[in-house]
Design a protein around this ligand. Structure first.
Ligand code: ATP
Ligand code: MG
Length: 357
């Protein structure tokens, strides 16, 4: 079966790390005869410079007909003085909203070879492998009404609205249960049902959906407790699902438990299984063009793509194993360097993964 992948390198270190990830994708494509076709497009600052828009219509067209998108990163100091609505980041938000990528999957994995990178004690994080699923297109970040208004007493008042409809909750819940089914079959839904009616409804709908997934063990946790538990004993979790704002905060917290920002991939999926895959880190302008960026988060994003949009779990596993192998060999980019290891460039890391494949 043929599938199409759109490659969007973006800005900063984006092109450098995406180049390595594309080499890896090409290699598994050939090796396993997956029939994947790739094409390139512009998004972010580079698209502003070339076409006057962070998300040109030509890119959007390619995105609509792609099964999956591989994105590097967008943004950088060059475009920071632009008005908010014209910034590179708008390209990303446009892709998310136009493709309705409502389900954001953020794994937090601690590689045993990098155990000393975590700020937590080894006995707390060793073997950490959890997945946070964040609702990405609704909740308080998008709810109406919103704004800053003038009050009669002369002061101003800021306000946002936390809304979720039953159908929005149901689809993210299904996405989370489906993911739990592919993993350890334990799902923790995070809310604030003791204070917020919207999350009371959230809990009710998640409970209802759970009837269709009798094999998955469901639990509920208030967000404040979930934050505490993530730091206290993160290994109690397998899959966590939560709304947009809670997920934003908890997923960054979970990522940092691993201490390796250059190692973590992410996926954003819609109801058709179309997805955008990208490293969780940004465009890292401070190291762009130096050839020292860690390409592994982007390479692991390709693995997620094969697993979640292209239905090629064996190919995904090959990549995961290859990454494990290069870490075993002691190869490290500067960001994950430790004593006794061998420091390599972005491209050398890509070479090593290809070799291991
Ligand atoms: P954004 O707003 O896009 O999230 P940011 O400025 O918050 O960007 P990053 O661009 O992720 O954050 O960079 C944070 C720090 O991590 C920087 O010092 C950067 O050099 C480093 N960093 C990020 N990604 C990588 C990578 N792949 N390899 C090595 N270092 C990285
Ligand atoms: Mg940031």
């Amino acid at each position: 079966m043929m599938s199409k992948v759109l490659i969007l390198p973006g800005d900063g270190i984006g092109p450098e790390i995406v180049a390595e990830a594309v080499r890896v994708l090409d290699a598994v494509n050939q090796k396993l005869d997956l029939g994947i076709e790739t094409e390139q497009g512009l998004v972010g600052g580079i698209a502003i410079d070339a076409e006057g828009s962070p998300l040109p219509e030509s890119t959007m067209e390619k995105a609509r007909r792609a099964d999956a998108i591989l994105l590097g990163a967008v943004g950088g100091p060059k475009w920071e003085s632009l008005p908010m609505v014209q910034r590179p980041e708008k390209g990303l938000l446009g892709l998310r909203s136009q493709l309705e990528l409502f389900s954001n999957l953020r794994p937090a994995i601690l590689y045993p070879q990098l155990a000393d990178a975590s700020s937590l004690k080894p006995e707390i994080v060793a073997g950490l492998d959890l997945m946070i699923i964040r609702e990405l297109t609704g909740g308080i970040y998008f709810g109406q009404p919103r704004g800053v208004r003038q009050l009669e007493d002369g002061q101003r008042q800021g306000y946002n609205t936390y809304v979720y409809s039953e159908s929005e909750i149901e689809r993210i819940a299904r996405s989370a249960f489906d993911t739990a089914m592919r993993r350890d079959k334990r799902l923790c839904s995070v809310d604030k049902a003791n204070v917020l009616e919207v999350t009371e409804l959230w809990r009710e709908v998640v409970e209802r959906v759970s009837a269709d997934y009798p094999e998955v063990e469901l639990s509920h946790m208030y967000v404040d407790n979930a934050a505490m538990q993530l730091v206290r004993n993160p290994r109690q979790f397998d899959v966590m699902v939560t709304g947009n704002m809670f997920g934003d905060i908890l997923s960054d917290c979970a990522a940092m438990l691993t201490g390796s920002i250059g190692m973590l991939p992410s996926a954003s999926l819609n109801a058709k299984g179309q997805g955008m895959y990208e490293p969780i880190h940004g465009s890292a302008p401070d190291i762009a063009g130096k050839g020292i960026a860690n390409p592994l988060a982007t390479i692991l994003s390709v693995s997620m793509m094969l697993r979640y949009s292209l239905n090629q779990p064996e190919a995904a596993q090959l990549i995961d194993q290859a990454v494990g192998r290069v870490l075993d060999q002691g190869l490290r980019t500067a960001d994950i360097m430790s004593e006794g290891a061998q420091q390599v460039s972005t491209q050398q890391m890509g070479d090593a993964v290809l070799q291991a494949l």
